[in-house]
Ligand binder design. Structure first.
Ligand code: NAP
Length: 232
């Protein structure tokens, strides 16, 4: 049985599922979180099929319930040493001036507040262990905002902000923090985007592999993965 533990949020599909497969291939036991238990169980079966020696715990939990997120993470990690957090669950709603307040609220709850609550809860565990790596999935929209994505950009600028502060605070404990900023990746989230050359989720996997394998003396606070034919 593998001894290392990784948490992946938004593990049922897209980038999270690809990174969960990668971490299983590197012998991490997995804690998988997403909203829908149907999607999550399908994801678990897919991973178990390829990596039968990995211990997988799956939890269907809606992280938009932001006041309950920290307690939920504390309960499911009780007594565990967490080596990696891939803090990735997210939503996209369009709109800047004409964004509905309910959509803006959901963007902030899921992409920023829940993500922050999860990162800080896991950070406490890692600080005690004096090791670990937290990846917060931001976006190129958190670096440079696009037209009609003002609400989404606001949430992702926030992710980069708290990640940079955490990276500075946690490095003295031997804990690394990186904000991952992809542009357009080929997942359900971008199914209405007509860009021809979307990034494969494998490009995000390769980025995580690179970050996990650079020496303990190197740190990467924010990393951008852009499309060759699309300027953000
Ligand atoms: N795709 C892109 O081009 C792109 C670019 C830059 C950044 N990102 C960011 O990368 C992350 C993953 O994106 P993706 O493209 O892989 O998205 P996706 O295919 O739409 O998958 C989203 C994942 O997040 C989970 N999720 C959404 N809302 C949730 C909630 N309230 N509680 C728990 N889980 C929730 C979903 O779970 P269910 O299956 O249960 O719904 C799913 O597992 C997001 O943070 C996104 O903003 C994506």
């Amino acid at each position: 049985m593998a001894q290392k533990f990784a948490i992946v949020t938004g593990a049922s599909r897209g980038i999270g599922l690809a990174v969960a497969h990668y971490l299983a291939s590197k012998n991490y036991n997995l804690i998988l979180i997403s909203r829908s238990s149907v999607n999550l169980i399908a994801a678990k079966h897919e991973i178990v099929h390829n990596y039968p020696d990995i211990d997988i715990h799956e939890y269907a939990f809606d992280i938009s319930d932001v006041c309950k997120v920290a307690k939920f993470i504390k309960n499911i990690t009780m007594g565990l040493k967490i080596d990696v957090l891939f803090n990735n669950a997210g939503v996209l709603h369009e709109g800047t001036v004409f964004i509905k307040t309910s959509d803006l609220q959901n963007l902030m709850n899921v992409n920023l507040i829940a993500s922050y609550e999860i990162a800080k809860t896991v950070a406490e565990i890692m600080m005690k262990e004096k090791s670990g790596y937290i990846f917060n999935c931001a976006s190129m929209s958190g670096v440079r905002a696009l037209e009609n994505l003002g609400g989404y950009a606001a949430s992702k600028f926030g992710v980069i902000g708290y990640s940079q502060a955490m990276e500075k605070e946690l490095s003295k404990y031997g804990v690394k923090v990186s904000a991952i900023c992809p542009a357009v990746v080929n997942t359900d989230m971008t199914k209405n985007n007509t860009l021809k050359q979307k990034l494969p989720t494998d490009d995000i996997v390769l980025t995580i592999d690179y970050l996990l394998n650079i020496s303990k003396y190197a740190k990467v606070s924010t990393i951008s993965i852009e499309n060759i034919d699309h300027v953000i």
